[in-house]
Design a protein around this ligand. Structure first.
Ligand code: ZN
Length: 159
């Protein structure tokens, strides 16, 4: 495993649409492991492949405080959304900043695991927010485009 460099806002790769994964080979497995290590090291709750410069539809998420429940999603799609939540959101590609974004309060995502087996997962509150945020990255959307009002600075410990 290795840490990958997290691309910052302004890097054009963050505005590109990622391509679906057609086959999970050793390069994809390595990438997923590196993404998890990079996310945990940066104290993030989610990371999308384009954030490490790879335009593939792969997302990792872990919103647990212990960081022991990684969710790996290949070719994820939101298939249902309900309710709404408005709150602060941040991004490893926009360090030290946060902004208010309204998201669904509950989403169901269909994705594939590392064996290319399809699964569905439902997330509420922070998990729903993380799913929406990371899947947006796959379409070249960074949350700053959705912020209501202004971005504000946050303590690095909390970002
Ligand atoms: Zn992000």
């Amino acid at each position: 495993m290795a840490l990958r460099r997290i691309r910052r806002l302004g890097d054009p790769v963050l505005q590109k649409v990622s391509k679906p994964v057609t086959e999970v080979n050793h390069k994809i497995v390595d990438l997923v492991h590196d993404m998890l290590e990079t996310m945990y090291t940066a104290n993030g709750v989610g990371l999308a492949a384009p954030q490490v410069g790879v335009l593939k539809r792969i997302v990792v998420v872990d919103v647990t405080p212990e960081g022991n429940q990684p969710i790996v999603m290949i070719n994820p799609e939101i298939i249902a959304a309900e309710g709404s939540q408005t709150g602060d959101e941040g991004c490893l590609s926009v360090p030290g900043m946060a902004g208010t974004v309204t998201r669904p309060n509950e989403v169901t995502v269909r994705a594939y695991d590392l064996s290319m087996k399809p699964f569905e997962i439902k997330g509420t509150e922070l998990l729903a927010r993380a799913f929406c945020h990371e899947i947006d990255h796959l379409d070249g959307i960074v949350y700053v485009e959705k912020v209501e009002g202004r971005l504000h600075e946050v303590n690095a410990e909390e970002s």
